[in-house]
Design a protein around this ligand. Sequence first.
Ligand code: 5GP
Ligand code: ZN
Length: 119
Amino acid sequence: MAGEAQSDCLFCKIVAGEIPATVVRETADTVAFRDINPQAPTHVLVVPRAHYPNAAALAAADPALTARVITEAAEVAAEEKIAESGYRMIFNTGAGAGQTIFHAHVHVLGGLAFHEGLV
Ligand code: 5GP
Ligand code: ZN
């Protein structure tokens, strides 16, 4: 069924507490945790607890949950004090775009001057 936990999914295991992660925020249907290999001073991933393979599938199946994931990303940015200076929300979608974990997640990246040369 759509949204069901997948036994071979790393982020389902983090959501279930089977693999440790540095969780910074939790709601009834989302979890936010620090990326294990940060690409910026703040690098947090926000995931829905439900399993969807990418953001497009999540949005098609559950627009309200998609909005809550994005709202949580904004809350993370506020708590990490990067909201004012600006931050990135990135949804890599598909292996060709660099997606490596096929459980929908948004990267929240900040604390760098992203406007200075980065794509
Ligand atoms: P993607 O490339 O799929 O958009 O992003 C996956 C992200 O998950 C990568 O930035 C990677 O560093 C992160 N990641 C991979 N394995 C783990 C893990 O076990 N724990 C945490 N916290 N992050 C992970
Ligand atoms: Zn999953």
